[in-house]
Structure formats: C-alpha cells, structure tokens
Design a protein around this ligand. Structure first.
Ligand code: AMP
Length: 213
C-alpha cells in the first residue's frame, strides 16, 4: 500500500502513520522527522534546515526531492509506504508522481485528514514528546497518568521548537497557501480520500483504515 497523508500541521498525520506502521508493517516516511534528525546531527545542511523550520517555512523543493528519492529507493519502501509531510507543494507532488512512475509503483491514495482550526491549535500547542521513548503526548488530551509516567520514569516532556504560537501561525498560513492546492491535485487524479480526523486516536484510525481498504 502506497499512501500520502495530507493535512494541516496538527491534523494527526504522524500519530496515525505511526499506528499504521506498527499494525500493518509499512514504513512511515516523515520528512519532518528526517529533517529533525539532520538538524540534531548539526551538519551544515541541518543548520540551514533548522532556520527554515524554526520560522515555519518550507525547505526548498529540490532539496526535498533529493531526500525523498533516496528514501523511496531504500529496500524497506519497496512494498509500500506511508508518506507523512510530503508532498507539501504542487511541485513536490509532480516530482513524486514522476519518481513513482519511474519506479513503476503508483500511489494508491492521498488521504486528507480534516480537522477544525481551533482543534489544530490545541493539538499543536499541547503536543509533547517523551525524551526517552519518543512517544507522542498532549498536555490537553493525554490521560494525566500517561503524562506522569514519563516524568516518573525519568523522562521529560519535550516541546518541538516550531510548536510555539508564532511559528504555528506561519505554518498554518504556509499550509493554506502551498499545501492545500494538493487537495484539488489528487481529487483531479481520482486519488483523494477524506477522513474526519477529529475525535480519539482510535476513532480516527478506524476511519483511516476504512478509507484505504
Ligand atoms: P512536520 O514535522 O511535517 O510538521 O515538518 C516540520 C517542518 O519541516 C516543516 O514546517 C518544514 O519546515 C519542514 N518540512 C517537512 N516536510 C517538508 C516538505 N515536504 N517540504 C518542505 N519542508 C518540509
């Protein structure tokens, strides 16, 4: 299964992709995670990417094409993948189409995760990651016991640097201007599926699975 998860920052793409990866054994390919790994390695490229990400802007399309073409040619992506955070521009969608045409492995679906603006803000401002396990939590939504367990086990609840209100505002504006046109792009090609992405993680997961099977 080869799918793209589309949706605004905070729509739950990462959470759902991780769940799908665990239950279906298909790799989650998150360009945001790949870029954050480059940032933490401190390479020159990582330093450049950090400035762009901290401002909530997009890394240039040609750079992203290099990253994604390398990743998609890895052996674990041969039988399918879940793209999370790519494509984010029409150019990236065209590049992806060309790449998959060359590999002879067309996309099965682009799934749009629909969430109301107010909920997006709450999800993004409350989002935290356990420093020890990488588990995603939310100070507004996660059970208090889960949040306490992180601290009790000596972990910290880390907030992403781009999850502050100013950067979030820009990320949402960038989404509207540059990524939303992909909805029409995939609709035109008969690949778009839409999922109501409000509600609990498990509820959304059920709807996602129903949409792609
Ligand atoms: P994410 O974790 O998907 O929210 O991505 C975090 C940040 O990484 C974004 O705000 C962008 O700065 C950058 N990024 C991730 N994926 C892409 C992409 N496909 N194109 C350009 N920039 C990206």
């Amino acid at each position: 299964m080869r799918i793209v998860l589309l949706g605004a920052p905070g729509s739950g793409k990462g959470t759902q992709a991780k769940k799908l990866m665990a239950e279906r054994n298909i790799p989650q390919i998150s360009t945001g995670d790949m870029l954050r790994a480059a940032v933490s390695e401190g390479t020159r490229f990582g330093q450049k990417a950090k400035a762009i990400m901290d401002a909530g802007n997009l890394v240039p399309d040609d750079v992203m094409l290099g990253i994604i073409s390398e990743r998609l040619s890895a052996s674990d992506a041969a039988d399918g993948f879940i793209l999370d955070g790519f494509p984010r521009t029409v150019q990236q969608a065209l590049d992806l189409q060309e790449l998959l045409d060359q590999l002879g492995t067309p996309l099965d679906a682009a799934v749009l995760m629909e969430v109301d603006f107010d909920i997006l803000m709450k999800r993004l401002t409350g989002r935290r990651t356990c420093s020890k396990t990488g588990k995603l939590l939310n100070v507004h939504y996660s059970p208090q016991a889960d949040l306490d367990a992180v601290i009790d086990r000596g972990g910290e609840l880390v907030q992403r640097e781009d999850d502050n209100e100013e950067t979030i505002g820009n990320r949402l504006a960038v989404y509207r201007e540059q990524t939303e046109p992909l909805i029409a792009f995939y609709e035109k090609r008969g690949r778009l599926k839409t999922v109501d992405a409000e509600g609990s993680i498990d509820e959304v997961y059920e709807r996602l699975v129903a949409a792609i099977t």
